[in-house]
Design a protein around this ligand. Structure first.
Ligand code: SAH
Ligand code: SF4
Ligand code: F3S
Length: 471
């Protein structure tokens, strides 16, 4: 029987990494990867539940595959990830032609489950914590990961990789579905993480991005009682040859300690780029969100970063239109953005998530138009700030890890790509005239122009050897 698999991934970096693991696993079981559902014997969707829109997109993709499945019932359809965990049997009810539903904690069982399906055992469900009856197979709660099994072909680029250091989340912000879909917070052992980073380096990886929902809260207690925190872990990863840049997302404001910031300052490979979502500028909203800090505390953290890491770039996430958010609350969010001048902010309209505290206890009382208006207004303020700050970099030299051709890459008369893109240590996107051979190199680029999201420049040297300039 043919084993051709197609996987579509939505959601955060965790999902990108999970898909890499699933494909690595399936390849070891004789599967090959194809580029379209049409060519595939097995079509997998790795899903996200963080907002309703993310789920709708998947259900609409499932709707489209329905006809294909009717024509060829042997094609196996799987729903993986956060929506699989959240919806469980509901997925089968809404899309009865789905064969397989697997939560983020059970992805390592996919090859077995596919085998069962091929043997005619009927639809398979593998999720944490049983919620409803009526399924064929329910696997007990498990948050095993299979991180050491990596597949370079599925990475963002051959020289950049994600490395999970923490699974799950214990913070239970009232709006957020992630603790329900990803389970309790658990740090992976530093030995495992360091070994995996070495493997990545051996495979040609130059930049690793450490992943965790609250990555800077990372803690691991070993059997002998020693604990390792984020600062310790960075110190252990820093000496690995071949790894030239270390990034980490996402940070939780309350755990951004002076010791961690000093460690980042003292380790040149660690990027002075901190994604530390504030979510709102209003104390009353933050309290309703159960974020665990006030704006005064967020600002204390912010000042600490500026003091210890004056070169750092800081970015944030915001939710607009959360339950009860008044115009005054929203003004405070604008003020916070104006005060902090974030490098960039991801702005989301509040979306009620079944199973969360907010869904149970707080009304979704901000009209859609108001959410849209606040979203646009905040985005305009953030973009204007980013453009102003980026333009201050015109004339400066920045160090760029070249990722590949830019999205709108221009080509010369021979059809060769001439516009490349990369990122600075501080995570700024830079486009410049170049060629594909530069991918994976560190280059010094002079900035000639800038917009809110992109710097435009030209290459000054062939390859930069010193790592650690901070722009
Ligand atoms: N663990 C990370 C990010 C989690 S999800 C953190 O704590 O920052 C990514 C972003 O999605 C969040 O930062 C938040 O801004 C947004 N988000 C989460 N739940 C949401 C919801 N119900 N509606 C709208 N945006 C949401
Ligand atoms: Fe969600 Fe809050 Fe955990 Fe982030 S910290 S994943 S927003 S519960
Ligand atoms: Fe979405 Fe799950 Fe990530 S809900 S944002 S894919 S942790």
């Amino acid at each position: 029987m043919n084993k051709r698999v197609y996987i579509k991934t939505v959601g955060c970096q965790m999902n990108v990494l999970d898909s890499e693991m699933v494909i690595a696993d399936l390849k070891r079981h004789g599967y090959t990867v194809v580029d379209s559902p049409k060519q595939a014997d097995c079509v997998l969707y790795n899903t996200c539940s963080v907002r309703e829109h993310a789920e709708e997109k998947i259900y609409s993709a499932l709707g489209k595959i329905r006809e294909t499945k009717q024509r060829d019932p042997s094609k196996l359809i799987g729903v993986l990830g956060c929506m699989a965990q959240k919806d469980q049997e509901i997925v089968f009810r809404r899309a009865p032609y789905v064969d397989l539903v697997v939560g983020p904690g059970q992805l390592h069982t996919i090859p077995d489950l596919l085998e069962k399906l091929r043997n005619g055992e009927g639809r398979q469900l593998a999720v944490s914590l049983k919620r409803n009856e009526g399924s064929q197979a329910v696997i007990a709660r498990s948050h095993e990961t299979f991180d050491p099994l990596r597949d370079p072909a599925m990475r963002p680029t051959p020289f950049q990789a994600y490395l999970r250091i923490q699974i799950g989340c214990d913070k239970f912000c009232t709006y957020c579905v992630v603790p329900n879909t990803r389970g309790p917070e658990q740090g992976r052992s530093p030995q495992q993480i360091v070994a995996e980073a070495r493997t990545l380096s051996d495979q040609g990886c130059r930049e690793i991005t450490l992943l965790g929902q609250t990555v800077n809260s990372y803690k691991f207690r070993s059997d002998d009682g020693t604990t390792t925190d984020m600062a310790d872990l960075l110190e252990q990863l820093h000496p690995i040859d071949g790894i030239d840049r270390i990034k980490f997302v996402t940070n939780y404001p309350k755990d951004m300690t002076a010791r961690l910031l000093e460690t980042i300052r003292d380790l040149p490979k660690v990027s002075p780029y901190l994604h530390v979502p504030a979510q709102s500028g209003s104390d009353t909203v933050l309290k309703r969100m159960k974020r665990g800090y006030t704006i005064a505390e967020y600002m204390e953290m912010f000042d600490r970063v500026q003091q210890i890491l004056p070169q750092a770039s800081i970015s944030s996430d915001f939710i607009v239109g959360f339950s009860g958010e008044t115009e005054d609350d929203f003004r405070k969010t604008i003020e916070l953005v104006e005060r902090c001048r974030f490098k960039n902010s991801f702005i989301f309209q509040y979306s009620v998530r079944p199973g969360t505290k907010a869904a149970e206890r707080l009304p979704d009382d901000i009209p859609r138009e108001v959410k849209v208006r606040r979203n646009n207004e905040l985005l305009a303020v953030q973009d204007a700030i980013a453009q102003e700050d980026n333009r201050k970099l015109i004339g400066r030299h920045v160090e760029v890890l070249v990722e590949g051709p830019s999205k709108k890459a221009r080509k010369d008369e021979h059809g060769h790509v001439v516009q490349m893109t990369g990122r600075t240590h501080c995570d700024r996107i830079v486009v410049f005239d170049g060629n594909r051979r530069q991918a994976g190199q560190f280059l010094e680029v002079q900035v000639d122009d800038a917009s809110s999201h992109t710097l435009v420049g030209r290459v000054k040297t062939v390859e930069v050897v010193t790592i650690g300039s901070t722009v």
